[in-house]
Every structure is written in structure tokens, then in C-alpha cells.
Ligand binder design. Structure first.
Ligand SMILES: [Zn+2]
Length: 409
């Protein structure tokens, strides 16, 4: 904290009477030109807009590091078999993917646009300022959903940062032609190269899938977000494969891995060695314990220093029937599923939906510190425990120094 910055100059926004995580007493936060200018205990001389937090917690805004945005609100009678397959204790994920893919055929850009817009509006009201959105980019979906999400990226630019992932949901080897759609998607403006290597039939095809997607990422200098090992089957080992290839290519700190539920079935020694590989590769993990029956070893990953975030993953689609991008709700559910109940655990979970999620998707200058982007929420609750228990929407949401949501707006 630097109490000397810009003292005496009127700020664009001042948040007063703010309670901060990990500190006693109340603070003032000033914002200028989209950045946090100061955080200290002094009285603020003047600001264009003063927000009285009234002793409520003020924290970083929420970051959704994994969301299938093109599929939101597609749930319904036609997808019950898909949900049932995904939610079995042994997870028939491939059956679910095949059953859910029917939605993609005949879907129009307008339909994706309308559903995703509804969800993003809800996300803004829940205090979300950054979203990494996975969008099916394959021979069934083609570029329909992707074009819709790229339009929404522009439409929502003032209220949230949307990263669009070109994601070959049905595989690359299993779906010949998908690779070319991913390439076209990146040329159209997709921010991230996706992948789902574990769904390929055999090890050589899984390796080829990883290589083809990393080739595109290197060629276009894009970060990577892949779904790995999404079933509790110890034979699924594409997280290890991805980590080793990331290190071999020198792509450290540019790769995200989602799900990795097979880790729950790995022998302890192997699970730890994979966690260490992820640490070396700078791979950030996004887990979603609420959307499926098994979860990666968050405890081991944290012990080994891997950055772990929580993702919303699905919202009312063929895999999971609920969801609204309320990341406090996701943290609350995860607290139960992962048995993370101490005060320190709650702080760790809160990090997973804020600063860790931002780190996993490569957001720079994120965090409640001077000189960082002014992305924050003013909660009507005095502690992380109260905030997670209520999961109520923030009173104020600020993105890059602009108020993007206030209940009376
Ligand atoms: Zn997912």
C-alpha cells in the first residue's frame, strides 16, 4: 500500500468504509483512470463518485475461468439422457458428449447470442468482470456459436472481459475437419486455443490432438485451455501428457487444464508426480466439483504450489441443470464437496474464484493493490464466510474503474 499516491487530487471513484480481507478496521480505496490509485485508512478529499461500503467487504471482482457459454440454457427434455450419463458415479462422459452434441445441429447464431447474452447479464450482476468462454468449434457446430460469442465480446466490452476459446468438443482425431475450424476460429478472433485430448480413442491419437492444438497456439501466439481426463478413470493420463509437452515446447505459464477428474482415482504417488509436473509447466487448473461426481486432487495440487481455480463450467445444459455464474455459490458448493470448511479453507476458496482464476487465464494487473486495474465488488457482508453463506449479489460492481452494476441503477 502506498498512501502517498496522488494525495489531494480528486479521484474518479472513492470507496469508503471498506473492510478488506485479512485486515482489521476500515479503508478507503480511490480509483483513477481505471486503476486503483490508493488503499489506505485516510479520509478521501473528493471524488466524482463516492461509494459507502458501510463496513461491508470489498474484494477483487469474480473471474470465471471455465464456462461453456455457447451451451447455456440449452437444457431440457432432449438432454436428460446426457445429464444422466455425465452424473453417473463412473461418469459416462463420452456418451454425454455424443448425446449433447445434437443441440449443435441447426442452432443459429441468433439463438446462441440470445442465450449467452442473458447469462452474461446475470454474470455482471453477480460481480463477474472476466470470463473465459469455451465455444464448440467443430464439424457440427462449425463457427456459428463462435461468431455469436465474438459479437458478445464486443457488446459487453465495457462491463466484462470475455475470452473466447476455440474448443473442438468432439475431438480432433475423432472429428476430422475440427482442426481446420479451430484454425479459422483463431483467425476470426478467438483468444484461446482449446482441446479435449482425453476423448480420443488411444494414446497416439491423444498425443496427436495435443500436438495439433499446441501447434496452432504457437503459430498464432495464443494461450491454451484444454479439458483433460474428465472421468474418474485412472487410465486417463492426458494431464501428464499435456504438462510434459508444455515443458518440452517451452510454453510454461500459457496453458490451463480443466476438470482432471481422473486424478481422484490416481494412486497417491502418481497424483503427486502429476501435480509437480503441472507446477513445473506453470499449468493452472480449473476444477468444477459441483458439475460432476469426481474432482481433481485439489489438496495435493495446492500442496505442490499449483494455481487452482474454480470454474462455473456449465449453466443449464446437457451436463448440469443449474448454474448462474454466481461464483460465491460455486465456492460454497465446493466448500462442501471438497470438505474445505476452516476459515483458511474459505479464504483459499475465495482466492479460487478471484485472484487464482485471473492468474489461470492470464489476466495481468489483477488484485486489490495500487496500480492494478480497478476490478472490484462491494459486498453487503462483513466477512468471506458471510458472503459465501449468503451468495447474494454484490451491492456494487466496478470493472476497470467503471461502475457496471448497482441494484438501483
Ligand atoms: Zn467443462
Amino acid at each position: 500500500m502506498d498512501p502517498c499516491i496522488g494525495r489531494g487530487v480528486a479521484a474518479d471513484i472513492a470507496v469508503v468504509n471498506a473492510r478488506l480481507r485479512g485486515s482489521d478496521g476500515l479503508f478507503s480505496i480511490t480509483v483513477e483512470d481505471g486503476l486503483i490509485r490508493s488503499i489506505d485508512r485516510s479520509r478521501v478529499a473528493g471524488a466524482e463518485r463516492t461509494i459507502d461500503a458501510a463496513g461491508g467487504l470489498v474484494t477483487e471482482s469474480f473471474v470465471v475461468s471455465h464456462l461453456h457459454l455457447d451451451k447455456v440454457y440449452t437444457g431440457g427434455p432432449a438432454l436428460q439422457a446426457s445429464i444422466a450419463s455425465y452424473q453417473r458415479p463412473d461418469m459416462r462422459t463420452l456418451d454425454a458428449i455424443d448425446a449433447a452434441s445434437s443441440v449443435k445441429r441447426g442452432q443459429t447464431e441468433g439463438q446462441v447470442l440470445e442465450r449467452a447474452r442473458r447469462l452474461l447479464r446475470e454474470a455482471v450482476a453477480m460481480g463477474v468482470t472476466h470470463v473465459r468462454a469455451f465455444c464448440d468449434t467443430d464439424t457440427k457446430a462449425k463457427l456459428t456459436g463462435l461468431r455469436a460469442l465474438l459479437r458478445l465480446k464486443l457488446e459487453f466490452a465495457e462491463s466484462l472481459h470475455l475470452q473466447v476459446v476455440a474448443f473442438p468438443q468432439d475431438g480432433v482425431e475423432r472429428d476430422p475437419g475440427a482442426e481446420e475450424y479451430v484454425r479459422q476460429a483463431v483467425e476470426l478472433g478467438a483468444d484461446v486455443v482449446g482441446g479435449i485430448p482425453w476423448t480420443e480413442k488411444a494414446q497416439p491419437a491423444r498425443r496427436s490432438h495435443i500436438n495439433k492444438m499446441l501447434d496452432i497456439a504457437e503459430e498464432y501466439e495464443r494461450p491454451v485451455g484444454m479439458l483433460v481426463d474428465d472421468a474418474p478413470d485412472a487410465r486417463l493420463r492426458t494431464l501428464e501428457m499435456l504438462a510434459k509437452e508444455t515443458i518440452r515446447r517451452g510454453l510454461e505459464n500459457r496453458v490451463q487444464a480443466c476438470h482432471a477428474r481422473a486424478m481422484s482415482a490416481y494412486p497417491q504417488g502418481y497424483a503427486r508426480s502429476v501435480a509437480r509436473l503441472c507446477r513445473r509447466a506453470g499449468i493452472g487448473l480449473t476444477v468444477s466439483p459441483h458439475t460432476g461426481p469426481a474432482c481433481a486432487r485439489v489438496d495435493l495440487l495446492m500442496e505442490e504450489g499449483v494455481t487452482v481455480s474454480l470454474g462455473q463450467d456449465d449453466c443449464d445444459d446437457g451436463y448440469y441443470p443449474y448454474g448462474r455464474c454466481n461464483m460465491l455459490e460455486v465456492a460454497f458448493l465446493s466448500s462442501h464437496i471438497l470438505r474445505m470448511m476452516t476459515a483458511a479453507d474459505m479464504e483459499a476458496l475465495y482466492d479460487m474464484v478471484t485472484i487464482n482464476a485471473a492468474k489461470v487465464i492470464g489476466v495481468e494487473g489483477f488484485g486489490l493493490k495500487p496500480h492494478n486495474g480497478a476490478n472490484m465488488v462491494v459486498l453487503g457482508k462483513g466477512s468471506v464466510k458471510e458472503a459465501m453463506s449468503s451468495a447474494s449479489s454484490p451491492l456494487w460492481v466496478v470493472k476497470d474503474g467503471r461502475v457496471t452494476h448497482h441494484p438501483s441503477d
